[in-house]
Design a protein around this ligand. Structure first.
Ligand code: HEM
Length: 193
């Protein structure tokens, strides 16, 4: 049975990711090279106009990715026994996402502190795209990691939680003769349950 909220959250997450990464690809490989042929004043005016519009889309994408991503991870934690590998990869993914959000905001923002990043927009867009590719690859791995549902009832995770040995083990070592041996079983009269 498909959970409606889970599906909605997955759709939002993927649409926001596609929009943000697609926009960065367009800027880096279509818009910036095209504006390179314009006069400096026209170029700056056009980039400024694009930036102020794109900034709203970037902020919306960051908000959607954070909300849907936090929902996704809470659902995982509630529903599954999340493994250390999953946690480690998720930690790396989260840090990468924060780096990407920072660079994306600096590129569309107006703060003087990040004017240097905007002066080298082509380079930083490329860095952000590479980080995004790595993040999407990690997300794919996260999806492939098999997790145990928490609600599947109590099951001994290891031998340490169950009995140290079973009657079958005891019989195999003490009651039965070794294969090919004619020696009689030692433990006549043993009772096992
Ligand atoms: C640049 C930002 C991000 C991008 C491009 C991105 C991309 C993706 C993609 C492509 C998937 C796989 C979707 C699927 O197959 O259903 C995914 C899953 C996921 N994302 Fe993100 N994401 C980003 C940020 C975040 C953030 C900030 C969080 C957490 C706060 C997050 C949490 C998750 C979780 C928990 C999953 C599910 C993984 C699984 O299937 O086990 N993501 N993300």
């Amino acid at each position: 049975m498909v959970d409606t909220f889970d599906l909605l959250s997955r759709w939002l997450h993927m649409l926001a990711a596609m929009g943000a990464v697609g926009g960065m690809l367009f800027m880096r490989f279509a818009l910036l090279p095209a504006t390179a042929q314009l006069a400096p004043e026209s170029r700056d005016a056009l980039l400024q106009a694009v930036r102020s519009r794109w900034a709203k889309a970037v902020m919306a994408a960051i908000a959607l990715l954070l909300l849907s991503g936090l929902y996704n991870i809470s659902r995982k934690e509630i529903t599954y026994q999340v493994s250390p590998l999953y946690h480690a990869l998720f930690g790396v993914k989260f840090l990468l996402a924060m780096g990407i959000f920072f660079l994306a905001s600096a590129l569309v923002g107006r703060s003087e502190a990040y004017a240097g990043i905007r002066r080298h927009a082509g380079r930083w867009l490329l860095v952000n795209l590479l980080l995004a590719v790595l993040l999407v690859c990690i997300s794919g791995v996260l999806r492939q990691i098999e997790l145990q549902p928490k609600s599947s009832g109590p099951q001994p995770a290891s031998r340490a939680e169950g009995p140290a040995f079973s009657c079958v083990d005891v019989c195999a070592t003490h009651c039965l003769p070794p294969t090919g041996s004619t020696r009689p079983a030692r433990a006549e009269g043993h009772r096992h349950g």
